[in-house]
Design a protein around this ligand. Sequence first.
Ligand SMILES: C[S@@+](CC[C@H](N)C(=O)[O-])C[C@H]1O[C@@H](n2cnc3c(N)ncnc32)[C@H](O)[C@@H]1O
Length: 273
Amino acid sequence: MTNMPPYPQPTQAYYLQLPDNMQAWLTNPAFPRTAKYDPAWVLENDMGPHVLWMTEWALEAVDIKPGMKVLDLGCGRGTSSIFLAREMQAQVWATDLWIPAEENEVRIAAAGLSDQITAMHAEAHALPYEEGFFDLIISIDAYQYFGTADLYLGAMHSLLKPGGQLAVVMPGVTRELPDGPPAHLKDYWDWEFCCFHTADWWQQHWAKTGLMQSVQTDVLEDGWKRWLEWTLVGNHARIGPYVDSVGGNEADMLRDDAGEIFCFNLVVARKGD
Ligand SMILES: C[S@@+](CC[C@H](N)C(=O)[O-])C[C@H]1O[C@@H](n2cnc3c(N)ncnc32)[C@H](O)[C@@H]1O
C-alpha cells in the first residue's frame, strides 16, 4: 500500500459526452445532493467508486450540524471534504496519505473553501490532532486499509469528543471468504481484497472493543450496481490508458459477480458521553 496506486492523474482529460443511460446514472435520485455536482470534476479527482454517492449515503446515518469539526480520513483528492464543507457547513480537516496536502489546497481554494477546510498530509497511525477534537470522523473507501487492525478503533475513539460519531463506508463482501475468492472471481482477484469484510464482521470488530456505543451497519442497496455504473462512466469518459486494480477488468468482474460477493458497507458508531 505504500506505492502510489495507478489512479488517473487530475490533469487527465475526460470526454463527457455520455450516452443517456450514463447521464441518468449520474443524476440518481437516491443522491440528490450529489446530482448538483459536475461529474467531470468528480471524475478528474476520482480515486474509487463515486465518492460523493458514498459520502451522501454516510451522511444520512449521522447527526451533523453547521460548524461541526469533521475529520475526513483518507480523503484522497478532497472531493468529499469539499462536499462536507459545502453541504453541511462543516469545518473539515481533509487528511490523506497518498495525496499531498499542497495538491488538495489548490482544489480547496478553487472551490472557495480555504476558510472551512484544512488540508493535511498524514498517516492514519500518526494523526496530528488533539484528543477529543472532532465531532465527526468520516472515512470513505479508505478505512479498510488501516482499520482492520484490532486496536485501530482506539485512535478514532481518542480523537472524538464525548458523543462524537464515527462513520465509515467501504467496499465489502456479502460473506467472509476464509478460503479465498469463489470460482467466478478467481481470475479477477487482487490479494488486497482480503481487507474487504462483511457488515457483520465490522459490527463485531467495533462492538467487541466496548469503546463505542450503538455500532450500526448498513449495506448499500444495489451497491454493486453503483460501483459498476461509476466504473463504466470512467471507462467511457477517460481518454488515455488507465489500468484499474484488476487489470482493467473491474467492470467485467462486477458484472460476473452481479452482487453475489461485492457490496458497500457503512459502519457508524458514537462515542459515549
Ligand atoms: C481508494 S482511495 C479513496 C480516496 C477517497 N476517499 C475517495 O473515495 O475518492 C484510498 C485513500 O486512503 C488513503 N489511505 C490509505 N492508507 C492510508 C493510511 N495508512 N493513512 C492515511 N490515509 C490512507 C489513501 O491516501 C487514499 O487516498
